[in-house]
Ligand binder design. Sequence first.
Ligand SMILES: [Zn+2]
Ligand SMILES: [Zn+2]
Length: 883
Amino acid sequence: MAEILAKVYDPSELEEKWYRYWEEQGLFRARADGARPPYCIVIPPPNITGSLHMGHALNNTLQDILIRYKRMEGFDALWMPGTDHAGIATQNVVERQLAAEGQDRHALGRDAFIERVWQWKAESGGHIITQLKRLGCSCDWSRERFTLDEGLSRAVREVFVRLYEEGLIYQGDYIINWCPRCQTALADLEVEHDPHDGHLYYIRYPLAEGQGAVTVATTRPETLLGDTAVAVNPEDKRYTKYHGATLRLPALGRLIPVITDSYVSPEFGTGALKITPAHDFNDFEVARRHNLPAVKVINETGHMTKEAGKYMGMERFVCREQILKDLKRDGLLAKVEPYTIHVGHCYRCKTVVEPLVSRQWFVAVKTLAEEALRAVEDGRTRLIPANWDKSYFDWMTNIRDWCISRQIWWGHRIPAWTCKSCGEIIVTREDPGACPQCGGASLNQETDVLDTWFSSALWPFSTLGWPDQTPELKLFYPTSVLVTAFDILFFWVARMMMMGLHFMGEVPFREVYIHALVRDPEGQKMSKSKGNVIDPLELMDRYGTDAFRFSLAAFAAMGRDVRLSEERIAGYRNFMNKIWNACRFTLMNLEGFDPRAASPDRPLTVVEAWCLSRLQRVIKETRARLAAYEFDQAAHTLYQFIWHEFCDWYLEFIKPQLYDKEDTASRRHCQEILLSVLSAILRLLHPFVPFITEEIWQKLPGQTGSIMAASYPQPDEKLLNPGAEAEMALVMEAITAIRNLRGEMNVPPGAQVEVHLRSEDAAPLEALDRHRHSVMLLARVQELHSNAGTIPTASAKAVVSGVEIFMPLTGIIDFAEEARRLDRELEKLGKDLSAAQRKMANEDFLAKAPAEVVQKEQQKLQAWTEKLTKLKTHRERIRELMG
Ligand SMILES: [Zn+2]
Ligand SMILES: [Zn+2]
């Protein structure tokens, strides 16, 4: 016997209950026993400092949809969860705590500081995991990993040592982003580039011999002290005569050559570019091509080095002012222009980043990148959508060696030691006791730690147990799909490709589904500074997790940014209510129904045949859309079918049968079909909206166990019935047409009407006649005549599929009153419209109002114009009907 659902849908109560149930039942656990085909997704590990934002919510909802779907499909589905230690971000959080206590990490010491970070992690680091659970994520939490846990640290060490032994890790001078305040190298990602008001300084570099000078433009005059050349474009005719000339560096008098390089843009500044290899990334590359020396004039604390001559010891921005003074005095400052500059800032302390050359650890990525490029080229890994291929190829082709050392404490300490006696560098799997070269016992361990991305690059195999050959690794690697936002395609995905191919000999994932970013309703990127950040937790509180998840899926159109609209989330919340109410109605009408009892044999009714046929198509469509990662289309298909076919029509059509307590055989059969349709709908929906579907599923008659363990519906071709679909389409069209006539003509909702059908073709009339009870019930028709009787003159008319529908109006509406009402409405609309037109003709308004306001006004104007046309037509019809 069916249990009845609560009257009102209350998501908060359901969600907690079912999540606990799933965990207790072990339903998230992968078996890894090889009994079923494997399906595996590794989660993009959120930072332990993180808290769930919209990007996480979208990313993880999509993964959960896939994993729940595949689990229901009978796969041994593993969603591998975990978190990232997030080197700099985490160290920063704890440093701020220390600062608040009047302490700093240097006073505390390395070991005590790291201890303190672990303590912080134990207390606050699991926050985001709790939030992922709130979102309904069905990760296998029994396998949760952390990039700094013992196993993953062993994987990191093994990879480092092997790459070093293969000569793919080396130490070298390289230009890096450096934060003079944090005293650390920063990854490109850790540098924020915001536009600032600055200046463009035009500086004369005199020719060493003869008269004249070459003028260069720069935003950073203090770096001229480190210039080792001036470059011009070889095609730039203005500078042909200077090719090979020698210039005298202002302030220092050092001699530097004029070189040609096609990298130089003739359009920027004067077309002559100063080359400062030690303090500019592009210049560093130019210098490598031309074998120019790098002269480091700014040091790690942001002060000038001895190479800066008389400016030695000055802070870099103080030096800038001094140089400008000196240049002006010497008549070498040609002019100064205001200029918008994109200065790099440290993402955590906002200090201006200094690019500088320093001794760092690198991975030589060239060969690794070639293989990673080939793997996408030959389809071993497929990027979806495929238009990311080009960016991927470009990036892999132009890739620079990867600087992996970071001057912080929280992270994997680089396993390298230097012998104090002989200078030997020792890189080993076990901490060395003595120098293998000279036997000296005095060894210095490298103080740098590895870039956080180094450990996350190993994520797909390290989490499965590598370097041990575990059953999990054998079964689940390569993983099935990676779901990620495009902003970490290169920093993470590309590196996982390189490491996976190198250490496993196989790609880390067969497919990479790249989704867009979540933006605000205006299409703006969400950011704290803009104040347009929407908290997913708040939305879950307000609308329920299921409605929120369904919205995210419905927003996730391939290749397009997600514009979060709260209106639409509210709309999907209504959808949840609709599902709830329809299921509640169904369950009430399944009372006393025992699915195990033998069913009376009878053929399907046309209504049942239609609904089952449509259901098969919906199953097929949903599966195809999910297979193609078209989450929005899958959601849309389900939404349309459930709301606008199952709820709006099917339930209405079968009500008479359900209510008929006399004909028990027919009622029982109807219940049986209804239950099977409802069961399929719930299973189809489950990956999207897990909580509500579980709640209802558990109350279906005869149901035991979780919907998570049920099978995803398969389409049954035998149930496709185009004839029934066509017939019911006609019935629904006719009912809709009559309803529309009632609406247009302002027929009081309770009034019963008379309808005459006319057609040359007998077939549609016969079809409508077979469903006359439905037509009469659902369109409130008292008398339905087919090609019979005369049609009264004052009748409204519609046509569907060659059938003319007439609805006599005499005695139903008061024509004179209706005409007066329409005249009043026309008059008011006319006034509103001309006011709106005046507004749109007002140039002042157009010039001053924001674009969205003007656009809204334009839309309003258009809507009103359309409405006016409609009203006028309608007024005309009333006039005709009045005779
Ligand atoms: Zn900093
Ligand atoms: Zn030694």
